[in-house]
Design a protein around this ligand. Sequence first.
Ligand code: ATP
Length: 249
Amino acid sequence: MILELDHVGVTFTSGPPWRRSRVHALREVSLSLAEGEILGLVGESGSGKTTTSMVSLGLRRPTSGTVLFEGRPFPKRRTELAGRMQAVLQHPQWSLNPRLRVGQSVAEPLAVLGGADKAEVGERVLATLDQVGLEASFAQRYPHQLSGGQRQRVSIARALITRPPFVVFDEAVSALDVSVQAQILNLISDLRAEFSFAALFISHDIGAVRYVADRVAVMRHGEVVETAPSAVFFGTPEHEYSRRLVEAL
Ligand SMILES: Nc1ncnc2c1ncn2[C@@H]1O[C@H](COP(=O)(O)OP(=O)(O)OP(=O)(O)O)[C@@H](O)[C@H]1O
């Protein structure tokens, strides 16, 4: 297993001690992700999808339960994970520095990893841009010179340049026009076939999840209410809430 969440709970506490409020963002969430598998995570706003992704990336420590990445707890030093997990977010501008040329942004994760000389890095950048359908000249451009779809292709190139075994796509197509969404979903499917990374594909759009995921997990109020292979889920969802989601599709 690439990732295992076992009875994970996350509680946020806010306010002063005399008026403490607690939000149980996750309750007893158990999920596992096999090598090369795409798990679609669906659920309405506030159901706990992003918190699940943060916990899965080791960016938030659970209040209870355990998380194993590649069979081990997260290392104390994050640098040990460099290049092994990446995230593609809803708005590419969240991961792309507007002052850096595309080529520099895409190269960055490789630079963090170290070990490659400048020429190698340059080659890898162009090869990766090509894999996401962008020609070499894009390396010289700035994010503001690109369309939304092109920017998301750049984010994907940046995420994949180190060949991570695990990628989180958090609402990665939600901000795009419908026709562009289809192109990016196709791209994600093709790239997974080529590089066989495992992914957590988070979306409130169950249609998008159907398109790319091997398995689906449905979240509601911080809990996973159903997990099933896509073929089973979209045929005969078990949980009442899942049935409503699928019927709405
Ligand atoms: N940093 C935080 N402090 C307090 N509460 C939080 C924090 N982050 C999330 N929450 C709460 O935890 C719950 C789950 O939020 P989360 O962002 O994981 O849901 P989500 O399914 O990703 O929703 P969305 O699609 O709107 O992003 C929500 O009730 C949210 O308000």
